[in-house]
Ligand binder design. Structure first.
Ligand SMILES: Nc1nc2c(ncn2[C@@H]2O[C@H](COP(=O)(O)OP(=O)(O)OP(=O)(O)O)[C@@H](O)[C@H]2O)c(=O)[nH]1
Ligand SMILES: [Mg+2]
Length: 425
């Protein structure tokens, strides 16, 4: 465990919000394997250009760092490379300074399992973290080659080490981008195949720790790691699920969202989140036991909007109703739900309460305007099978003596056309 100190500034009247964000930062630090030794906060309208905190507070931070033997300082706000350098210089003692995004990336780096996930994290780290670390100077800014003596004229043609590092970083970035591009192509092919199968895709999304993985596990026995940690899941998992009504679905669990995540970090995980973006229905899982659930839901819906997944059929899944502390809030939500157009379901992924209602809602939504039918097509009308293969979903054909027996899912239009062949509905 690394000893860390967390820092934040907040505007007048913004203390409560800053507190919530800091609590979250504490949990992030914990996930990253750090203990939090102290919090340093300051009320100021805008960050100090150089050191974010004012000079007095920086002095206080410096003293705390040495007395508590801190090994890391984390700022809740985004830091520029030059701010990192100035703060590190001001604190002294070689204690590294990072910001919230760098901490999150660190967690991602430690947790990414699949090849693609690792590449995405490395790319995001190179783009976000490395310019900030280079800002540290130190050994990175030494001159390379034999030309380090430094007097004018004696300086060789060589690049400085910093420049070499920058060039390497650029090269690595473009090679990673190429590799990810290829993986993305594969993913597109796979997605096209899935689309052709016609099985509706349901994306499970939501704030980190809301219970997305627990929900997928409860429904499909997927056996994904679900734990009381932020960002337990990074890589998407898709499982097939057949409802009691016989409707086949593809359910995908995704990486969670968090407040103050810079857009470019979310973009880095775009291909992971694409599974959600390209789904037919979104389940937004909300931790109803968290007093912050309203803000968390707004963060989630805003990010979905940014990713281009706004406006999709959506179900708000209020989870953890077994431990929902605020009964009144729950009742309030129920009333709101009954007045709004958004589908709302209350569940506990842990105890299984409400899952059957959730499944039947999902079933109804993905089957809206669709019909699951069995047809018997006389041999002389065999040509219609072509249309069924082209426009129907989940098609199974069987050649019998009396004609072609076919089970499929069809929309209203095709249903009207094929009505005369229907033998079962
Ligand atoms: N009491 C209770 N706890 C739950 C419920 N659903 C999930 N949890 C707990 O909440 C924690 C987080 O659950 P996960 O399923 O890992 O949450 P997630 O949304 O996948 O989180 P990330 O992958 O980290 O974004 C775990 O400790 C679960 O056991 C529930 O219905 N009731
Ligand atoms: Mg998860």
């Amino acid at each position: 465990m690394k000893k860390s100190i967390l820092c934040a500034i907040y505007p007048k009247g913004g203390e409560a919000e800053s507190d919530i964000s800091l609590k979250e930062l504490e949990r992030l630090a914990d996930t990253a394997g750090c203990t939090v030794e102290a919090l340093v906060t300051q009320c100021r309208e805008r960050p100090d250009v150089k050191t974010v905190l004012g000079s007095g507070k920086i002095e206080e931070l410096s003293v705390l760092c040495s007395s508590l033997e801190a090994e890391l300082v984390v700022f809740d706000c985004e830091l520029s490379p030059s701010q990192i350098k100035s703060i590190e210089d001001a604190i002294g003692g070689g204690v590294p300074v990072i910001d919230r995004s760098m901490l999150i990336l660190d967690i991602f780096a430690a947790h990414a399992r699949t090849g693609e996930g690792r590449l995405q994290v490395e790319l995001a780290q190179l783009k976000y973290t490395s310019p900030r670390l280079v800002g540290k100077g130190r050994e990175l800014s030494r001159q390379g080659g034999a030309s380090s003596s430094g007097s004018v004229g004696a300086r060789g043609p060589g690049e400085t080490k910093l420049e070499i590092d920058r060039r390497r970083v650029r090269e690595r970035i473009s090679s990673l981008e190429n590799e990810l591009e290829k993986l993305e192509q594969n993913r597109l092919v796979m997605r096209a195949q899935r689309d052709r199968s016609g099985i509706p895709k349901v994306g499970i999304v939501g704030y980190t720790n809301a219970g997305k993985s627990t929900l997928l596990n409860a429904l499909t026995g997927a056996g994904i790691l679900a734990e009381d940690k932020l960002f337990a899941t990074l890589d998407p998992t898709t499982r097939q699920f057949v409802t009691p009504g016989g409707v086949k679905l593809l359910l995908t669990d995704t990486v969670g969202f968090i407040r103050n995540l810079p857009t470019h970090l979310i973009k880095a995980f775009k291909s992971t989140l694409d599974e959600a973006v390209y789904s037919d229905l979104l389940l937004i899982v909300i931790d109803a036991s968290d007093p912050e659930f309203i803000t968390q839901t707004t963060v989630t819906t805003d990010l979905l909007e940014e990713l281009g997944a706004g406006g999709k059929p959506t179900v708000y899944v209020f989870n953890k109703c077994d431990i929902c502390a605020d009964r009144d809030a729950l009742i309030h939500m129920r009333t709101l739900a009954s007045n709004s157009k958004t589908e709302v379901v209350f569940i506990s992924a842990k105890t299984g309460a409400g899952l059957d209602t959730l499944v039947s809602r999902v079933e109804a939504l993905v089957m809206a305007g669709k019909h699951r039918v069995a047809l018997l097509i006389p041999p002389e009308d065999g040509a219609v099978t072509g249309i069924i293969y082209k426009e129907g979903d989940d098609v199974e054909m069987e050649y019998r003596e009396d004609g072609i027996f076919c089970r499929c899912v069809i929309d209203d239009k095709l249903y009207a056309k094929l009505r005369k062949y229907i033998v079962e509905e």
